[in-house]
Design a protein around this ligand. Sequence first.
Ligand code: FES
Length: 105
Amino acid sequence: MADYVKVLNVAELDDPGKIILEVDDRIVVLVHVNGLFYCIDDVCTHDDGPLSDGELDGCDLICPRHGARFDVCTGQAKSLPATRPTASHEVKVENGEVFVKVCED
Ligand code: FES
């Protein structure tokens, strides 16, 4: 079972900002927005576009390939051409350090 893995210190990622990371052999995007951190897969569910290369617009991450929007808080697809959510991972902050626990699906 996956456990929390320290990925960086809070001060290492601008707000707003995003960074691609590998956590437990999974490629994910960590997003810092409005003082909070979120983590989703670096995979657009339309055609596997790299969300880490996309533009951050508030809490939306926009796929650089065909423009689908994903809610970084939940992984939900908010606009076509994507219709399915991308995986969302648990994040916690303790003592100025950010930890991610990847989901098991
Ligand atoms: S691959 Fe992301 S919108 Fe097409």
